[in-house]
Structures are given as structure tokens and as C-alpha cells.
Design a protein around this ligand. Sequence first.
Ligand code: PMP
Length: 444
Amino acid sequence: MDQNQSILANEDQHLAQASRIKYFDIVIDHGQGATVTDADGKTYLDLLASASATNTGHSHPKVVEAITKQAQKLIQYTPAYFSNTATAALVERLAAIAPGDFEKEVAFGNSGSDANDAIIKFARAYTKRPYVVSFTGAYHGSTFGSMSMSAVSLNMTRKMGPLLPGMVKVPYPDQHQRRLGESDDEFSERMFEQFRLPFETYLPADEVALVEIEAIQGDGGIVKAPQRYMDLVYEFTRQHGIVFAVDEVNQGLGRTGKMWSIDHFGIAPDLIAVGKSIASGLPLSAVIGRKEIMESLDAPANVYTTAGNPVAAAAALATLDVIEEEKLAERSGQLGIKAKKFFDEAAKKYNFIGDVRLYGFNGGIDIVDADGQPDVDATTKLIYRIYELGAIMISLRGSTLRFQPPLVMTDEQLDQSLAIIDQAFGELAAGKLALPQTANHIGW
Ligand code: PMP
């Protein structure tokens, strides 16, 4: 048995199955830039950075240096009670870089999930209203509040109900809802009618605290709402005094070719949730938003012992420096253009490639059967073959290839990654790929 197998065999005896979405039998030993190496010494290209929270790549020297220096100075003294230099500097920096030309405040958390819970708290407290509106296909997290706003997988909620009361879902304008030949504006207006339906039938707008959206859905398949739809929803929240929040946990921090995914729409949300890559993978999240909303709660309404931890804060400051100095948002755009060209050409060549969506270095590529329906088996064959060939890529909702490499990936590494994917596409088309016996079907 190799190292990967024996470590996993032991771990499997004690790890709760609910806490890992299983793909390949791999144990990651170390990572550098856009690659990771397993316990047996095999190195893989990492095409999964936005999920694993490493937009700036693995062990970026500047981030490592900042973490090391801070750890030597102070690892933790709870920011829930006392400030420290790293946390204080990060508060100022986050308030400055969040979208919106208004006064902002910051509340820290440990995960994207608890940041979204905090958004519910602040919005309810500020508006003194109970209801929360979110979207189908949304993933906001795994705590009770954030999972009650999510709608992407039955396994996320099965056996755990009832969810938080007052949570209403409206359909996200995703590509499957679009009618043939419909323009962006026609599509937006039709979907906005669906958004309004609950408000006309059972949901008084003046009892709604919050509308939270992913400007580009991440786990929902890398799906971007049309501009007019976003404008209409935003305008609706202005008319009715509803807090408008955007979840940037997956799509923020340069991933989409701009610093924030909502920057594509020219809208400044009242609140944003930030997490994942903010501290290059150390546990840290934040809600950043309008001062008057953030002032609506008193301590200890949203304190956590390690939220804003100094080492994570130092890592976040270094991460933000790297994003700025290395112009990673721009770089994401450039790499994305090259990747999109590849996937668009592949889609012309292969019938099993359905819709191709790339916004920056950030893609969702639908894999479909002969009837154009989602093909989980073919997707599984592809990702396992890509893995064998040396790149780690997973699926979204079972049948969409998720392409989100670190933004520090070199051109050569991108070429290598695309060559691997191309080979797997070719082999699938030639009927050469079988479903691996060990394959885990992930239908979420
Ligand atoms: N929001 C979005 C948009 C996410 O993609 C995720 C994680 N996939 C979360 C929130 C939850 O973040 P975490 O796993 O850090 O709790």
C-alpha cells in the first residue's frame, strides 16, 4: 500500500463522513505556487484554488514570511476582548478596499459560513424585520444560518431540518432558465417577475430584512446574473429599505478579473461577506459594510474567540499586498481569456461540452449527454482521468467542471493544464475512459 492509501485507511476510521466531500485518494503533503505534491511525492497542477482558498498560490513567500514573523511575536490574544497590531491594521485595510464610497466597519469571523450568519444578524437588527431572501443555486455555508440561505444540495440539509425560519428562496437567473433567443434584458425582466412573485403573494416587502446574492455564483456552477437583473433587484431593495448583501467568499479577491465580483455590475452593496482566500487559507472571514448597519448590534452579539486572529490577520495583510503588487485581478483576466479560448474551441469539437462560462480565471464547463442533459458519469470520468494525468480538478453539482486555479499560475503551467484537459476530452470522445471503481459520484 502506498503512503496515500495507508494514511487514508487510518484516517477513514475516525473522520466523520459528513465533513469531507470525497474525490481522489490523495493526501496532500506540500504545495508551492500552483502545484501540490502528495504523500508519495507525485506533483499535481492545482485547478481548485478558489475552493481551497489559495488565490495567491501555495506558500507564497510573502505570506509565509508574514505568518512566521507574526507567529514569533504573538499567535493569539483574543480579538474578541483586546486589539493587537495585526488585527487593527486589517480592520482599516478591509474598510478601505471594500466597494462603496461610504463609511464602513468590519466584523471578523472564522469562516465564510459564519460571515454569512453575521450578515443575517446585522440585517435583521438594522431593519428590525424578520425575512431573508436568497437564491436557488446559492451556497453560503454550513452553519444553520448560512445553510438556511443556501439551495444547492439536498445533502446539505437532509436530516437536519427545520432550517432557520423566515428564509425565502427566489430563482437565480442561471443559464438553464434562459429561453432560446431571449436577450439579456428580456431574460432579466422575466426573471425579475419571478423575483417579485413572493412579494406580491405572501411576503410583505416591508418585513424583509435582507436580499443576499452571489453576483457570480461559485458552487452553483460559475453563473453570472445579467446586469439588468442585478440592477432591478438592487433597485427593488432601495425602494423597500432592504439590506442588499453580496457573498464574495468564493468570487472575490481578484478571482473574476476584478477585485470583487460585484465590481462587474457597478453596484456598491450594503454588506459583503469575505473569506476563503483572504488569508491565503488561514481561517479568517469578515463582513464589511455600511457603518450604520454594522452599528446596529452590541457586543457580544458577534464575537468569536479566534475571529481576526493576529496570525490570520498578518496573512491577510500580506495576501492583499500580493494581490495588489502582482496585479492578480488583472492577471486573472488575462489567464481567463486564454483558458476561455481553449474551452470554447473544445466545445465546438466535442458534443459532450455544453455551456462554457468563464469570468476571469474562473470557469464552469457543463458536461452533457446526447440529449444535452447533465452527464455526471462523463464528468466523473473526466476529472478522474485529469487527476491521473496530473491535475486536480473537481466538479460542481456533479456535471460542471470547476476551473479555478491559483491566480499566480504561470503561462507554462496553464498550457500544461490545458494539454491535460485536452487529452482527457479526446479520450472521452474516443470512448476510452471507464468509470473508475473507486469513483465517488458527487451529485451536488
Ligand atoms: N459563501 C460562498 C460563496 C462559498 O463558496 C463558501 C464555501 N464554498 C462559503 C460561503 C462558506 O465558506 P466556508 O466554507 O469558509 O464556511
